[in-house]
Design a protein around this ligand. Sequence first.
Ligand SMILES: [Zn+2]
Length: 255
Amino acid sequence: MNHDGRFAPSPSGPLHAGNLRTALVAWVRARAKGARFLLRIEDLDPQRSKPEHERAQIEDLRAVGIDWDEEPVRQSERHDLYAEALAELERQDRVYPCWCTRAEIREAAQAPHGPLPEGAYPGTCRELTGAQRAEREREAGRPPALRLDARSGSVDDFVLRRHDGAYAYNLAVIVDDADQGIGEVVRGEDLLETTPRQLLIADLLSLPVPAYVHVPLVTDDEGKRLAKRDEPGIEPEVIDRIRAEAEAMVRRLDP
Ligand SMILES: [Zn+2]
């Protein structure tokens, strides 16, 4: 079995204790099996990704004792891979353009549309004719987002590439994990609900699927989940606490 693991932060702010604990769990599980561990910078969003956050995150990971094999890869340097995956989905006639604004989707999503969860995209642009598409493009005055025609009933027609050209997390992450030979993904349970979307893409592209381990989020004393911190650099007692928590979690996860 492939136990190669990875940690894949987005450099939109300093890591918080929950991110670091997830990273430690992933790293301990991979290293305990003698497997590779990789670092991938998920900087798909050019507006929110900052080199100074990337530097601070790497420092914090080193501070808790995590190491990785190979140079970290950046998603911003891997657009060719995602374009190739998108082209394959287009060949399968599973991609369509969408000009909907957030407000339009919210409004349309209020109407009942089968078993999809609240806020799901209701497929407004799926059946547009060529003439209707031209009209939408003219009205919107911007390029469309590209959505997957999911046809599954369990996930909605989610975005593959945004209107500004940024590739979507759900596409990039499954392509990257396959390309990097990742066998096990440890991540926060907030990403659990994205997994069916990634599995659908993996299925359509015949990509291998890693094993997923979703770990509970770290919450504050009031039960609220932690946000990204304001300041990089972690105090030693926090590092000790995170390590102890991560070790306890690895013991629980590993029968
Ligand atoms: Zn639309």
